[in-house]
Design a protein around this ligand. Structure first.
Ligand code: TYD
Length: 204
C-alpha cells in the first residue's frame, strides 16, 4: 500500500508545539506537498464531545476512565481521519498521539505503561508515526507560559509535569529512530529551523 507520511508533535502543555506545527504546515504548503494538520483529542465529531469532557469536566474522573476516553478519541481519529489521509498519500501532521497517553496517563498519572502500550495498539490498529518530535522544556518555564487560564490537565501540579517531561525523554531513549527531541526553550525561528532540518530527511 502506498502511503503518506505520519508525523506527530509531542511535549508538555506550553512547549510551543502547536505554533511549530502551523509553521511546518506552511512550509509543506509552499513546497506543494499535500498535507493535513490534525490533533488529539478532538479532531472528529465524536472527538469534539470527548474533548469537552476530557478538558472541562469538573467532577472527579477515574484515571482509567481518563485513559479510555483518550483512547476512544484516538480510535475514531485513526479510523476516520488519519488512515484515509495516509492512504491518499498525504503528510499527516498530528498534535499529540500515542506518546501523550504513555507520558500523561502512564508516567504522570502512574497507569501501567505496558498496558497503555497494548491499549494504544488496539486503538490505532498498530499505526505508529514515521516521525515524532518531542519539544522538551523545563517544566517551570512551560507552566509560566500557560498563564492563568488552565484546563483540567494543565491545572495538575509541577510534580505531574516533571514526571511528564521525564516520561517523554524516556520514550525518546527507547525509540531514538522514531522520536527526536528538540530543545523548546529557544526562539520560534530557531526551533522552526531545527524542525525543518529533521523533517527534510523524510520528505525527500
Ligand atoms: P490541548 O488544549 O490540545 O493541549 P495542547 O495544546 O498542550 O496539546 O489539550 C490536550 C490535553 O490533553 C493536554 O493537557 C494533554 C492531554 N492529553 C493526555 O493527557 N493524554 C492523551 O493521550 C492526549 C492526546 C492528550
Amino acid at each position: 500500500m502506498k502511503r503518506g507520511l505520519f508525523i506527530t508533535f509531542e511535549g508538555a502543555d506550553g512547549c510551543g508545539k502547536t505554533t511549530q506545527l502551523e509553521l511546518l504546515k506552511k512550509y509543506l504548503d509552499k513546497l506543494n506537498i499535500k498535507n493535513i494538520l490534525t490533533r488529539e483529542p478532538g479532531a472528529t465529531e465524536l472527538g469534539v464531545e470527548l474533548r469537552k469532557i476530557l478538558l472541562h469536566y469538573d467532577k472527579p474522573v477515574s484515571d482509567v476512565a481518563e485513559s479510555f476516553l483518550y483512547l476512544a478519541d484516538r480510535a475514531q481519529h485513526v479510523q476516520f481521519e488519519i488512515k484515509p489521509a495516509l492512504e491518499k498519500g498525504y503528510v499527516v501532521l498530528c498534535d499529540r498521539y500515542i506518546d501523550s497517553t504513555v507520558s500523561y496517563q502512564g508516567f504522570s498519572r502512574g497507569q501501567d505503561i505496558d498496558t497503555l502500550n497494548k491499549l494504544n495498539e488496539i486503538a490505532t490498529s498498530k499505526l505508529k508515526p514515521d516521525l515524532t518530535i518531542v519539544f522538551d522544556i523545563d517544566s517551570e518555564i512551560a507552566q509560566k507560559r500557560l498563564g492563568n487560564v488552565k484546563d483540567r490537565l494543565e491545572k495538575e501540579g509541577i510534580e505531574f509535569h516533571k514526571k511528564l517531561r521525564y516520561g517523554y525523554l524516556e520514550l525518546a531513549k527507547k525509540e531514538p529512530e522514531r522520536i527526536k527531541v528538540i530543545n523548546a526553550d529557544d526562539t520560534i525561528e530557531n526551533i522552526q529551523k531545527k524542525v525543518i532540518d529533521i523533517v527534510k530527511d523524510y520528505i525527500k
